[in-house]
Design a protein around this ligand. Structure first.
Ligand SMILES: Cc1cc2nc3c(=O)[nH]c(=O)nc-3n(C[C@H](O)[C@H](O)[C@H](O)COP(=O)(O)O)c2cc1C
Length: 211
C-alpha cells in the first residue's frame, strides 16, 4: 500500500510531529511503501499533490497552533482538496496525529473537528487519529523506546492505529496525556519556556506581559 506521511511542523530538524510520525513509520515500513513530505516547511508542487492522491492512505501529523491547524498545512489541505476534486477517482483515507504543548491531549479536539470537516468536504474518509498532549516532552525521550517512556500509551495507540491503517478502516480519535505527573510537567515546561525566552533575548517579565 502507498502511504503518504505528511509532517506539518514548521521546525527544521527534530519536531514532535516528526517523532510521532517516525514511530508510526517504524511500524509500517516493512510492509508498505512510505513517502515523506513536509507541509510545514515548503509548499507542495502539483507533482507532489498528484503523488499523494495516487496513494491509498494519508497520515497527517502536525502541531496544534492556537487550537487549530498551522497555516502552511491548512493551505496545503485547501490545495489538496482542489486537486482531489479535479482528479481523484479512488477513495483516500486520512489519519491525523495532532500534538499540542499543553498537557491534555483533549486540547486537540477542535483541530480534529476541522480535519473531520475537511475530509467530508473533500470526499476523503476520515480515519480518526491521536491527539497527544505534552508534545514538547517527546523530545526529552526521543532516544528511549516509547513503550518504556511516559508515552507508553502513545505506543499502544500507534500499534492499534497501524492495524486500522493496514485494513484502511477508521480508527477512533484517541486523546492522550503522558504518564507523568502534571505538576512536574509544569515545572519542566516553565523552565523550558524561560530558557527559550532567554535565548531569544527576552526576560521572564516579557513572557508574562499582556498585550
Ligand atoms: C504559534 C504557536 C501556537 C501554539 N498554539 C498552541 C495551542 O493553542 N495549544 C497548545 O496546547 N499548544 C500550542 N502550541 C504548542 C505546540 O503545539 C507544541 O509545542 C508542539 O509540540 C510543537 O510540535 P512540533 O515540534 O511538531 O512543531 C503552539 C505553538 C506555537 C509556535
Amino acid at each position: 500500500m502507498k502511504i503518504s506521511m505528511i509532517n506539518g511542523s514548521q521546525k527544521r530538524g527534530v519536531s514532535n510531529s516528526g517523532i510521532i510520525l517516525g514511530r508510526l513509520s517504524d511500524l509500517l515500513k516493512e510492509k508498505h511503501d512510505l513517502k515523506f513530505y513536509d507541509s510545514g516547511l515548503k509548499q507542495f508542487s502539483n507533482v507532489i499533490f498528484e503523488e499523494i492522491i495516487s496513494g491509498d492512505v494519508i497520515v497527517l501529523s502536525f502541531p496544534l497552533f492556537v487550537y487549530s491547524i498551522p497555516s502552511n498545512t491548512l493551505k496545503m489541505l485547501i490545495e489538496l482538496e482542489n486537486i482531489i476534486k479535479q482528479k481523484q477517482d479512488k477513495k483516500l483515507i486520512l489519519f491525523a496525529l495532532i500534538n499540542c504543548g499543553f498537557y491534555e491531549g483533549i486540547q486537540n479536539v477542535t483541530a480534529f473537528e476541522i480535519v473531520m470537516n475537511w475530509c467530508e468536504r473533500s470526499g476523503v474518509i476520515f480515519g480518526g487519529g491521536i491527539g497527544q498532549g505534552a508534545g514538547e516532552m517527546l523530545g526529552f525521550f526521543k532516544n528511549t523506546p516509547l513503550n518504556k517512556s511516559p508515552f507508553a500509551n502513545l505506543e499502544r495507540a500507534l500499534e492499534t492505529m497501524t492495524e486500522k491503517i493496514e485494513i484502511k478502516k477508521p480508527f477512533e480519535i484517541t486523546y492522550l496525556n503522558p504518564y507523568f505527573p502534571r505538576f512536574l510537567w509544569k515545572i519542566m515546561a516553565v523552565r523550558n519556556w524561560n530558557t527559550l525566552a532567554s535565548k531569544n533575548g527576552l526576560k521572564k517579565k516579557d513572557i508574562r506581559r499582556k498585550l
